[in-house]
Design a protein around this ligand. Structure first.
Ligand SMILES: Nc1ncnc2c1ncn2[C@@H]1O[C@H](COP(=O)(O)OP(=O)(O)O)[C@@H](O)[C@H]1O
Ligand SMILES: [Mg+2]
Length: 304
């Protein structure tokens, strides 16, 4: 459309015909739908591991924003940061200096999770167990420990059983590798959530990830299933993103959420303010998409 034709259509008063006006109307409708929708509480605590051994696919962003989106709806949510980078801790605004007591002390030492969990300033019902850089050494330190694959599970179960009020959701943010930290997350969880970036080689490594989940299920955690796949960083203008999304839906029709997370600047800006996009820009398309995805997760779990 040329600038003058855009002006013409605005001047005519029928501005629903411009792409911008349509987009605004669409956002308004999505916001209204989200406002009217209370989420069902799960019957038991749902524990998700957010995993994909590729880096930069949106694991941390998804952990933080789904946790915040569910907490915004009044769910009691715990996010566990298992990545030594500590990016989830940063985005949830909790302290994680090198001397902060952290998930490292739980997994390698014998600290209870209750000593480590901090309340996130984001929402009243959101907590975070932070990661510190010490976690980088944990892969090696874990090797010689007894029941090295079970350490997070044991600590998490003890914590969930003694918590004053029941948690509805736990999200565990994994590092981009399949080492002992990620294995601890798989053993502690009941559900795996895989974020898939709608870009080149999206499916590369996925079969290896699924094989690993199978192995864990057979040998260490019979309850584990890949329940959820979320398409992230979607750019609907590109043919590639649409092809990747179609391909993933074809292979995993049951698991892929209908909601798709767009590539959006506000999503990437939020962590530098120590925030999720849910509080940083609650009406932005990125926040709405994560709120919609959280709603789908809550309703699917309810039906299960
Ligand atoms: N939907 C999105 N739109 C724009 N940027 C995003 C989006 N999701 C993630 N990012 C950015 O992409 C980078 C990688 O995301 P991240 O969640 O850290 O991936 P991972 O945890 O898998 O390594 C980060 O800089 C993050 O802010
Ligand atoms: Mg990450």
């Amino acid at each position: 459309m040329t600038p003058s034709s855009a002006l013409d259509s605005r001047g005519s008063g029928f501005d629903e015909s411009t792409p911008l006006a349509r987009e605004l109307a669409d956002l308004t409708a999505r916001r209204a739908r989200l406002r009217g929708n209370a989420l069902p509480r799960p019957r038991a605590t749902r524990i998700f591991t957010v995993a994909n051994q590729k880096g930069g696919v949106g694991k941390t962003t998804t952990t933080v924003n789904l946790a915040a989106a569910l907490a915004k709806s009044g769910m009691r949510v715990l996010a566990i940061d298992l990545d030594p980078q500590g990016n989830a801790s940063t985005a949830l605004g909790v302290e994680h200096r090198h001397d902060t007591i952290s998930v490292y002390d739980v997994i390698v030492g014998d600290a209870p999770l209750s000593d480590v969990v901090q309340k996130s300033p984001e929402f009243d019902t959101l907590w975070c167990a932070p990661a510190t850089i010490h976690l980088a050494g944990a892969e090696i330190e874990l090797v010689s420990l007894v029941a090295r694959e079970q350490r997070l599970r044991t600590a998490l179960n003890a914590y969930l059983q003694t918590a004053a009020e029941r948690f509805d959701y736990v999200f565990i943010d994994c590092p981009p590798s399949i080492g002992l930290l990620t294995i601890n997350a798989f053993v502690a969880a009941t559900e795996v959530l895989i974020p898939i970036q709608c870009e080149y080689y999206a499916l590369e490594g996925l079969s290896q990830l699924l094989r690993n989940v199978d192995l864990i299920e057979k040998h260490l955690n019979p309850e584990l299933t890949v329940s959820t796949i979320l398409l992230t960083m979607f750019d609907g203008r590109t043919r590639l993103a649409n092809d990747v999304a179609d391909d993933v839906r074809k292979h995993f029709p049951e698991q892929v959420l209908g909601s798709v997370i767009p590539r959006a600047v506000r999503i990437s800006e939020a962590p530098s303010h120590g925030q999720s996009v849910i509080t940083y820009d609650p009406n932005s398309p990125g926040a709405l998409s994560y709120l919609e995805a959280a709603g789908e997760i809550a309703r699917r779990g309810d039906a299960a």
